[in-house]
Design a protein around this ligand. Structure first.
Ligand code: U5P
Length: 299
């Protein structure tokens, strides 16, 4: 039920004529130790944010991969994105798929929003499909996206938007707290611990456990990220190791050195298997679709 609720923040309070940010969230961490905001419902005013970006004429590239059976998720992804994702802004969706004919063509898109389809091969293992995303995004940024967009977000497709995901997520380098581990002690994070992999993070190190299914930022910054992860995935392949959570492990390693300038709460990549979450989850914005993992990953 929570997923359908749109947060209706109370009017922003004022002290001495100035808007007071963050009055209502004392229950969660709202800023990182390096002073990047952590975005939760109640920490921002959507109207002020929308007003602030309205005149900037921004284009936001958004990549999703739909390979093999994952094309079935495209329609709901796109339809719910039209309702909740960057509403009022120009969004250019890049759909990477092995089956261009399976991309729905009759989803009504608002003005300034469009879809491009990029054909990619179908790798046999789901891990391979997931990891290879880095190199295809890198190439698409170089050939096309850097000439067209200000920001890029790279997201999983087996997901639906349930509530606002808007300009509050824009930043130079943006990562999302993995909903499975956002309350966990750092030594329980599922980082790659083997020292052979370039994704290795030793016990005692690490800030947060970020999700592999949602990252983004300014196009140049994201290009640096995907390029570094692609190179590290190749280095691992050359010595025949695969990090514990494939490219998610590499994203976490990259973000340890290159701190995100904005961190999004698990509201932005919820997993329905976690139910409605604890009291700190006031709204679910983007969430996985329940699926039979084994069936959908079998090629
Ligand atoms: N993916 C596919 N086809 C597959 C496996 C994965 O397109 O057979 C892509 C989807 O974009 C999916 C993402 O959202 O990789 C991550 O995979 P998963 O962890 O959601 O299964």
């Amino acid at each position: 039920a929570k997923a359908a609720v749109n947060p209706q923040p109370e009017p922003w309070p004022e002290i001495a004529g100035r808007l007071v940010v963050n009055k209502w969230r004392r229950d969660v961490l709202t800023v990182t130790p390096w002073l990047a905001p952590i975005v939760w419902a109640g920490t921002f005013d959507p109207d002020i944010i929308d007003e602030a970006v309205k005149h900037q004429n921004l284009t936001i590239a958004t990549t999703v991969f739909a390979v093999a059976k994952y094309t079935r998720f495209l329609r709901d992804f796109l339809e719910t994105a039209e309702k909740h994702y960057m509403v009022g802004l120009s969004v250019h969706f890049y759909i990477f798929t092995d089956q261009p004919n399976a991309v729905p063509t009759n989803v009504t898109m608002a003005a300034g929003r469009r879809v491009s389809v990029i054909k990619v091969p179908k790798f046999s293992r789901w891990q391979e499909i997931s990891m290879r995303r880095m190199e295809f995004i890198e190439k698409a940024i170089e050939e096309d996206i850097r000439h067209k967009a200000n920001y890029i977000f790279c997201v999983d497709v087996d997901m639906q938007f349930h509530s606002r995901v808007g300009a509050e997520i824009l930043g130079r380098l943006v990562a999302v707290l993995n909903p499975w581990l956002h309350k966990s002690n750092r030594d329980n994070f599922s980082y790659e611990r083997g020292t052979v992999s370039t994704a290795h993070i030793p016990v005692g190190k690490g800030d947060f456990y970020y999700a592999g299914g949602f990252f983004g930022g300014a196009v140049g910054e994201v290009h640096d990220l995907v390029k570094a992860c692609r190179a590290n995935l190749e280095a691992d392949r050359a010595v025949k190791v695969e990090a514990r959570w494939q490219e998610e492990s590499h994203v976490n390693r990259y973000l340890l050195t290159n701190k995100p300038t904005k961190v999004l709460s698990p509201e932005y990549i919820w997993d329905e298997e976690l139910g409605s979450g604890g009291a700190e989850i006031q709204v679910i914005r983007y969430a996985t679709v329940r699926k039979n993992m084994k069936e959908v990953r079998e090629n």
